[in-house]
Design a binder for this molecule. Structure first.
Ligand SMILES: Cc1cc2nc3c(=O)[nH]c(=O)nc-3n(C[C@H](O)[C@H](O)[C@H](O)COP(=O)(O)OP(=O)(O)OC[C@H]3O[C@@H](n4cnc5c(N)ncnc54)[C@H](O)[C@@H]3O)c2cc1C
Length: 485
């Protein structure tokens, strides 16, 4: 039977769910508090520069294909993809770089160059990572996290040991070269926890990285959001911006209505893609499933200090994606996870989409996106932001061998306070709750409320976890649960 369904938020998970629910004949309305769509994947344009505000690594293209195929479409019906070569470069001490090319053969050569039998060791590592990818992405992540039994299949039982070891241990065991070890530990950072807290099974992220490659949607990552909005509207979804949900109204333990910008509107079902903790604060306390203590004990993905920067010249010695791993990873990780504080010498990431996609900056200019991962919930002031901007710019100039500070013609920062203000993010987390062993699958916050009928959740704090591909999957999973009930 057709239902009237309200979807809170317009991030990837909300839009994905809205598409599935509308396809099934429901009347679906999306409410986004901000004046633009996409949630963490919003974009802004300034003085001829285009900046994606959040995601920039388009990984796991098969997940996007699978999403659009569910509607008889292809990604290329909405946006154009380029496979980047190199996928990215990693910058080490003294500006030494390693480029990760667009094929496994190219990457094997690099590993042989850096370590004796590097290619042989990598082949073994990647063969296992590929098997894990097939198990995880083709099957496991499409389970709704309702029961532990979902995880028990002949294939996963054979892999049990890999849930109790860690990516860090495996990499340390198999490789000697410090630079290669850092590169192999990088992909699981997308899951929000340290490699030493991430089960070995998650090495499927290494296959996503080396085996499937890094892609770029022409015009920027937000083009994917634009495509999904187009798809949603073609399916009849009504999308509202500047529409803040102030309250979820519950009667007889069942959702009845939403208060939107102060006005009440009735719905049969409410689905929230806003941060889970925030959504529960929209309920009276007796209807909340998880206490403040529960959230406080969870391992959240880092927050970020971000800078969107316009340069009035082309930059040298940088690629589209660049990881600055010239300082100690473990010291920085401790400042994020163990004793949260501002890192003394942070690792950072920078992208310059105008290197491969000239339309994203004026001719002869470069757009820069700089990201420092930091602990969620730490102090955020203009002074701190500026101190860290100067810190990384000085290092950036030295490592890439050029002066850039005087070529900055635009700069905007975004940090903990903005994540809270713009997205109602718990402690200003950038990308949800980490995928540690105890925060995986059925151990994550539930898609369906245990206390209120017809109330559902989706997004990076639910299953399967942080990142854009998981957000698409989360939207599909929750729409299936809604249809079942
Ligand atoms: C800086 C950064 C870099 C990232 N890089 C990558 C990357 O390279 N690759 C990758 O795959 N992933 C990346 N991620 C993660 C990825 O962007 C997220 O996991 C994903 O976009 C989350 O989607 P979502 O639907 O769960 O939530 P969100 O995008 O957060 O959507 C939630 C929406 O709910 C809205 N909302 C909140 N409260 C209310 C309310 N009361 N009323 C109405 N609306 C409300 C918010 O405004 C927001 O639009 C990155 C994230 C960040 C922040």
């Amino acid at each position: 039977m057709s239902k009237s369904i309200a979807v809170i938020g317009s991030g990837f998970s909300s839009l994905a769910a809205a598409c599935y629910l509308a396809k099934n004949g429901n009347s679906v309305e999306v409410f986004e508090k901000n004046d633009s769509l996409g949630g963490r994947a919003r974009r802004f344009k300034e003085s001829g520069f285009t900046f994606d505000m959040g995601p920039s690594w388009y990984w796991m293209p098969d997940v996007f294909e699978r999403f659009f195929a569910d509607f008889g479409k292809k990604p290329s019906d909405y946006y154009e993809l380029d496979k980047l070569d190199p996928g990215y470069q990693v910058v080490f001490e003294n500006g030494e770089t390693i480029e990760i090319g667009d094929s496994l053969d190219k990457i094997y050569k690099i590993f042989d160059r850096e370590e004796k039998d590097g290619a042989k060791k990598l082949k073994k590592f990647i063969d296992n990572a590929r098997k894990n990818y097939d198990i995880a992405i083709k099957d496991l992540v499409y389970k709704p996290g309702v029961s532990p039994l979902e995880l028990v299949t002949p294939k996963t039982v054979a892999k049990l040991g890999e849930f109790f070891s860690t990516v860090d241990k495996d990499v340390e065991k198999d490789f000697n070269n410090e630079k290669l070890k850092q590169i192999l530990k990088f992909p699981v950072l997308f899951l929000g926890a340290k490699p030493s807290e991430t089960p070995s099974f998650y090495s499927f992220m290494n296959y996503a990285d080396f085996g499937l490659g890094t892609w770029h949607p022409k015009g920027g990552f937000h083009e994917v959001i634009a495509g999904m909005v187009k798809l949603a509207e073609s399916l009849g979804v009504k999308i509202n911006t500047n529409s803040t949900i102030d309250k979820i109204i519950v009667e007889d333990k069942t959702t009845k209505a939403l208060k939107i910008n102060g006005e009440t509107k009735d719905f049969d079902v409410v689905l929230s893609g806003a941060d889970y903790h925030h959504t529960e604060t929209l309920l009276d306390e007796k209807h909340r499933q998880y206490s403040e203590n529960y959230w406080d004990k969870k391992v959240f993905a880092p927050s970020s200090l971000l800078f969107y920067v316009g340069f009035d010249k082309k930059l040298e010695n940088v690629k589209h994606h660049n990881l600055f791993f010239d300082v100690d990873f473990n010291t920085h990780a401790k400042d994020i996870y163990t004793t949260p504080k501002w890192p003394k010498e942070p690792l950072f990431y920078a992208n310059f989409t105008s290197k491969t996609d000239p339309g994203t900056a004026p001719e002869g200019h470069e757009n820069g996106f700089f990201l420092i991962p930091i602990a969620p919930g730490i102090e955020d002031t203009e002074e701190l932001r500026e101190t860290y901007f100067n810190k990384i710019m000085t290092r950036f100039e030295a490592l890439t061998g050029q002066s850039v500070k005087k070529n900055i013609i635009f700069k905007k920062s975004f940090c903990v306070n903005d994540f809270v203000k713009d997205y109602n993010s718990y402690k200003g987390n950038a990308y949800g709750m980490a995928n540690t062993l105890l925060q995986t699958a059925f151990l994550r916050p539930k898609l369906k409320s245990k206390k209120v009928d017809n109330l559902y959740f989706t997004g990076q704090l639910t299953v399967p976890g942080p990142g854009v591909p998981p957000a698409l999957i989360s939207g599909k999973l929750v729409s299936e649960l809604i249809e079942k009930n």
